[in-house]
Each structure stands twice: as structure tokens, then as C-alpha cells.
Design a protein around this ligand. Sequence first.
Ligand code: THU
Length: 150
Amino acid sequence: MESINYHDLNPIQRGLLFAAAEVMEKAYNPYSKFSVGAAIRTKSGDIILGANVENASYGCTICAERSALVSANALGHKEYESIAVIAKPEKGVTEEITGPCGICRQMILEAAHVSNIDIEIIMSTTDMKRIIIAKISELLPFSFGPNNLK
Ligand code: THU
């Protein structure tokens, strides 16, 4: 997959990525010191934010993407078009593009099923010099979803 940079994004994608970068500053990350921000754009054009929240019992940690998803659900949103993800380490910028972890991909897949939209995921380095855009179907092929339970 070829990477682009933030100049190549359309204004909606750019706005979503900047919203994710802003909420990244709200991360509660005393253990990893790694900040992640996620911004979901709903079909109606609302933007719902999430940041990672860690815990002394490390396994309790919730990622930025799932934080945004549960928040969007609580606010009554059911249809999501895209989600932007960005992260930064304690010092400097990420060397690699940050994409959603496996658990978050699984939750995005469920949201895509409910939305009936192959959700677009905008993944970026901290400096936004390298960005990859992919659909959840590309990030989680041969997945297990609601249809498999039938
Ligand atoms: N993290 C996220 O918020 N999203 C991801 O997709 C990957 C990891 C967080 C969890 C933890 O607080 C920190 O990044 C380091 O793993």
C-alpha cells in the first residue's frame, strides 16, 4: 500500500486527522507514555473523539479507537464513515504509521457491519508526512463477524 502525505487528503479527511491529533493530547498514558488519538466521522458528519486510557492493571487499557467507538455509541450514533488514527511516543515522532491494533480492527469491523459501510481508516505518522488510507475489509480480511454467527 502506498503512503501519501497530508496535502493529499481532502478537506474532510484532513479535518478528521487534525481532530485525532488534537484529542491525542488527552491520552492518559502514565505507563507507556504513548499517546493515541482517534476521530470518527459519522454518516451525519459529526466527529466523535477518543484517546487511549491506561490503568495500573495494564490489561484494563482501552485504545483510542475503541474509546471513540464506545463514545459514539453512547451518543446515539450508529453509522460511521471513517476513522482517523494518529499517535506519538514520549519524545519525538513515530517512525511508523500507526494503525489500529487487532482488537480495535475487530470492533471497527462490527461498527462497519452495523453502519453497512466499509469504514475508511486514515492512519498516520505523528508528523503526517506518511499516511495510509484503507478500508476495514482490507485491514481485516477473512474476518469473523456477525454474519458468521448465522
Ligand atoms: N494503543 C491505542 O490506543 N490504539 C492502538 O491501536 C494501539 C495501541 C494504545 C494502548 C496503549 O495505551 C498504548 O497505545 C501503547 O500500546
